[in-house]
Design a binder for this molecule. Sequence first.
Ligand SMILES: [Zn+2]
Length: 58
Amino acid sequence: MPMLMIKCKTCGEVFAGVYLPEESSSEAKQTLVQSSKSHTCSRGHENEYSESDFMDWS
Ligand SMILES: [Zn+2]
């Protein structure tokens, strides 16, 4: 299953990202990405993400 990872833009901590269903369209991917737009890392840095920040590590 493809997984998209994101990094804290301040300290570089990598977050476990979102899993994409095997057959997901780019439309479904965008919806997932848009629902995960902000993350706070374990050090308390709050980050905003756009689609291009998600790395495909599959
Ligand atoms: Zn951080």
